[in-house]
Structures are given as structure tokens and as C-alpha cells.
Design a protein around this ligand. Structure first.
Ligand code: SAM
Length: 280
């Protein structure tokens, strides 16, 4: 039984970092004129109305995307992020709709690229499948994303971005993600693996990374934004992306982006980290 719905969290501070870094990764890869596959293991509904009951109940987007919407001094990564959201809103200045990861990628997909999306929740899967119905570049699957990842690699293009964005509802999800990435990396060592993670219980999150760090896999980059210090009191105090094989310069772009975001989104005692946890 899946209880997590991304509609409650769409556009929050974690989405800002996740989606802006995903867009930058695609931009850096598009510098080469070669096709790529995008694999989303936990795709969500593909788009969210911020006026609906889910988003209004938590108001999380007000502490995320809404804080950037009217600003005129955004660094390039956040400018592209906001521009794409405006485009998703039919170029309106009203922030009504928020794109999910599949919609962000769709806006940046070239004719030669392709997407494989996994979503298990019945209604989110239906919304997603309707959004991309008839699009031959996009496959929407109602299957487990971690099993789907193993089945999808290596992609025929031999170039791929993989977003792994589970809801971590079950404690074992953390280690499951690490084990799956290690297995997928054996089949597709040059893939770019972007693992989204929350910090609710720091020890749990780091146990997943310890497995990855000990795996022998090279080039592992942590990009993290904490809006508070680690604490059992507040739920999710930080979120980030753990990126294996990040494209050249993503670390610099992440630093510039987080330096800008931190004073705007920090609740007082947070931190930012862009660190190579495993080098070349
Ligand atoms: C954090 S949300 C995804 C958000 C989306 N990637 C985005 O950035 O817009 C996680 C999604 O995973 C789905 N899900 C949970 N377990 C799954 C599984 N085993 N396989 C595929 N999807 C799953 C949930 O229903 C939920 O929609």
C-alpha cells in the first residue's frame, strides 16, 4: 500500500535542488550531439496543481519554488529552472502548475532522446500515462522502479541519466537503493546515477552512502542542502542528490546554486555541502 503522494511536496526546497540539478545535468550532456536515455525509477504524477488540496494542505512550495518565482538575480541554473516552470504554466506569470521530473525532462528532450518512467501508484501512474499518451519517445511503466532499472540498463544509447527518487517510506528502502545502484553500475558503469535522498535520520541516510562508498565505484559527488541542523524534531531537515559520474562542471554549478539558495531557504542553522565523497 503506497501512501506517499508527491502532490503534498511538489515545489518544496528539496524539489528546487533536485530539479535544477537534473536540468543542468541534461544541459551539460546535450553539449554532445549523441542520443541519451533518461530513466526515472520513481516518476510521480508528472505535474501538480499548486492550488489543489494536496499542495495547499502543506504549503511546502511556499518555502521552495515560490521564493524564487519573482526574483530577477537568479544564477543560470535557477533561471533555467524558473523559465521551464513558466513554460509549463503556458508562459504565465502565475505559479499554478509545478512540473514533476518527467515533465522537466520532457521540456528538454531532443528528438533523438528517450525516457523510461516507472510509477507504481495507480492514480499517479494514470495521470502520468495520460500526459505522455501517444508519445513514442516515452515509455510509462507501472512496475517497480528498482527492478525496472536493472532491466533497463545498459540502454542501447550507452549514454544515460538515471534519477532514483523513492519516497523512502520503508526503512529498508535506503539499503535497497544502494544495492540496486551497485548492481546497475556493474551493467552500466558510465551511467549518471542521481540518487535523491532526505535526511530524517542521519544514520539511516549515511548507511546507504557507506555501502556505495565501499563498493569500489568511483566519482561520487554529494550535493546537499540542510535548512536546519540534523535533529529528530523536525522531520526532513536536509535533502540532496548523491551523483555517480556527474558531468564535468556539475560540482561548480551546484556550489553556485546552493550559495544562492542557502540564505533564502535556510531556517537558521542549516548548511550546504558539495563534496566529492569518492574521487576518480
Ligand atoms: C518522490 S516521488 C517522485 C517524484 C518525481 N521523481 C519528481 O521529481 O517529480 C516518489 C514516487 O514513487 C512512487 N513509488 C513508490 N514506490 C515505488 C516503486 N517501488 N516503484 C515505482 N514507483 C514507486 C510513489 O508513488 C511516488 O509517486
Amino acid at each position: 500500500m503506497l501512501s506517499y503522494r508527491h502532490g503534498y511536496h511538489a515545489g518544496n526546497y528539496a524539489d528546487v535542488l533536485k530539479h535544477s540539478m537534473l536540468l543542468q545535468t541534461l544541459q551539460l550532456l546535450h553539449k554532445k550531439n549523441k542520443p541519451l536515455a533518461y530513466i526515472d525509477t520513481h516518476a510521480g504524477a508528472g505535474g501538480y496543481a499548486l492550488s489543489d488540496a494536496f499542495a495547499q494542505k502543506t504549503g511546502e512550495y511556499l518555502e521552495g519554488v515560490a521564493k524564487l518565482w519573482q526574483r530577477s538575480d537568479l544564477p543560470p541554473a535557477l533561471q533555467q529552472y524558473v523559465d521551464d516552470i513558466k513554460h509549463f504554466n503556458q508562459d504565465s506569470n502565475d505559479l499554478d502548475l509545478y512540473p514533476g521530473s518527467p515533465a522537466f525532462v520532457d521540456m528538454n528532450l531532443r528528438d533523438k532522446d528517450r525516457m523510461v518512467l516507472h510509477e507504481l501508484h495507480s492514480s499517479d501512474h494514470l495521470t502520468l500515462a495520460e500526459q505522455f499518451a501517444g508519445d513514442r519517445q516515452i515509455k510509462v511503466l507501472k512496475t517497480d522502479g528498482l527492478k525496472g532499472l536493472i532491466a533497463a540498463v545498459p540502454p542501447i544509447e550507452r549514454r544515460g541519466v538515471i534519477l532514483i527518487d523513492p519516497s523512502y517510506e520503508i526503512k529498508s528502502d535506503y539499503l535497497e537503493v544502494a544495492k540496486t545502484v551497485i548492481k546497475a553500475h556493474k551493467r552500466f558503469a558510465t551511467g549518471i546515477y542521481m540518487i535523491w535522498y532526505p535526511v530524517v535520520d542521519r544514520a539511516q541516510t549515511e548507511a546507504m552512502f557507506d555501502l556505495l562508498k565501499q563498493s569500489g565505484i568511483k566519482k561520487q559527488l554529494r550535493i546537499e542542502q540542510a535548512i536546519r541542523a540534523d535533529s529528530p524534531e523536525y522531520g526532513m531537515t536536509a535533502a540532496g542528490l548523491w551523483v555517480i559520474n556527474p558531468p564535468w562542471q556539475l560540482d561548480e554549478i551546484a556550489t553556485e546554486t546552493l550559495n544562492y539558495l542557502h540564505p533564502i531557504l535556510n531556517k537558521g542553522d542549516g548548511h550546504i555541502r558539495v563534496e566529492w565523497e569518492v574521487g576518480e
